[in-house]
Unconditional design. Sequence first.
Length: 626
Amino acid sequence: MSSYLGQVLLERDLLDEEVLQGALEMAEEKGVELLDVLLATRAVEEEALLRALAEETGMPFLESIDAEAVPDELVDLVPINFARQHHVLAYAMDEHAVYVAVADPLDPFPLDDLRALLGRPIEARAATREAIDDVINTVYQRKEEASLQEAKDGEEVEELQDIIDQTDEAPVIRWVNDLFYRAVKDRASDIHIEPTDDKVVVRFRIDGRLVLRKEAHKGNLSSIVARVKIEAGLNIAEKRLPQDGRITKKIAGKVVDVRVSTIPTAKGERIVMRILDKANIMLDLVDLGFARRELDLLNHMIHRPNGILLVTGPTGSGKTTTLYASLNRINTPDKNILTAEDPVEYELQGIGQLHVQPKIGLTFASALRAFLRQDPDVIMVGEIRDHETAEIAIHASLTGHLVLSTLHTNDAPGAITRMTEMGVQPFQISSSVLGVLAQRLVRRLCLHCRQPYRASEQQLIELGLDMSRVDETLAELRRVAATTVMGRSSHPPAMNDEEETELDLEDLGEPTAIHEVHTIGEDLPPEFAHLQAEGDMPIFYKPVGCDECGQTGYRGRMGIFELMIIDQPVRKAILANSDSKTIQQIARERGMRSLREDGARQVIAGVTSVEDVLAATQATEMEAAE
């Protein structure tokens, strides 16, 4: 069978002889099928492979499978373990036969077993493993949810059940596992399991918004909570106190860490699970949505040998992602990088990471003191919370170390006021801080369904544009929008069937180079073509919704930024103990854009919508108006 498969792929130029020979040797060495090796090593695209085999065997190829149309009768008759093991799915039937999707058209044995199991003729159709496995998870989970929803009226909820003795152990395990599978598939950052009066509600946080995903009867709460606690290594008998734990799972072929937090509520224990997927956070600076000037300035600062760079914003504004992206950019063998975090979210190769534990006296301040005896080049502190930590961070920066940290302030100038309130002297701030980056996250419009429209004057006013010089302001924003760096996570599909190339920061010039915004010309990249449209009002985009984005109109998130450089005029204002509004005014005269203005840049660039920018920057604008 392996030789036949290899011959088919060679004849169709889907594989060359050398790659095939290597795959055959690996298959023989590991005792697995050639098909499994080819798919695992990605030597050939699965869809192309399946189409070739389907054509060769005369078997129709299924572009998609409608999970809603799969009869419950077939789901009941075919065991889920059999379907998953062989990647087969009985998806339809009529008076003539049962129709089965298979991921290996050359393997007849699963079909023989299904004929015996169903007692009906079988008609096979080829489909990819991903398509089959997705529908298997959906239809069998539908069955499990139906069983979990069923409960007798008046059934009392037990305070505690021994999970070993529970008769519904297997369904609950599958129910919880499906939560993780769906969450990863939907790109969720958090899973919320919340008890109400009569049911258990599950919500996913997707692109910053909570979305209802599943429900179960309240009688299953103890089983669900116990299952999660066992996986997280928590005490299932303790229901009166909050608990924290961690789960490591392999989901859809990749390993993810899940941070678990439980709290007791009046209606039962509530669980929130943070999904820590390295693919979502181990980004480069080019992926975060900077304009060219700010990207160059930030890159210049993180390559400095000493000083402090502060990243500010509320919880969930992407500060950790920016810090990790900065560390990735400067993480080279010649640098000793140490981090103090609460908690350590991801393990970074080549970097020493410490989890602070205030309960035993290991605080950010004590960690910093210890770091200074470890001969560091770069230090990252999860957060500067008090005077002691700030003092040590300043001392570290003044003695030849680069320090990266965060503060909880609404804007960049507010970080100076916050440090002053901690008891740090203005001369210490002015001599150590290189810059402050305030940021927020906005949802990124789905590139497959976003809809263009002509902006209104009211929208320009809401975005904070100066209407007394609107033409000049719009021209400047168009130029800045055209410099938006489109990295791996934000690039639209390749145009004209040309291969898309990844953008690397090295391609933008030397770290110390500060590039001016360029004039919009005929050679503008295709994704910014709308900036050339004629008319008094610019073209904005609005969300629509399609299958690619789950009908939300958005897919992923991007940053909007306010970068304040501590240059000589700003330094003088700090030394004069000026308030944050005065510092903000001077910084703006030096080229700093506010968060809302940078949001307007992302709107004009077609990255996000007006509504998302207004929602993300409401707090800072209200504070500025006071």
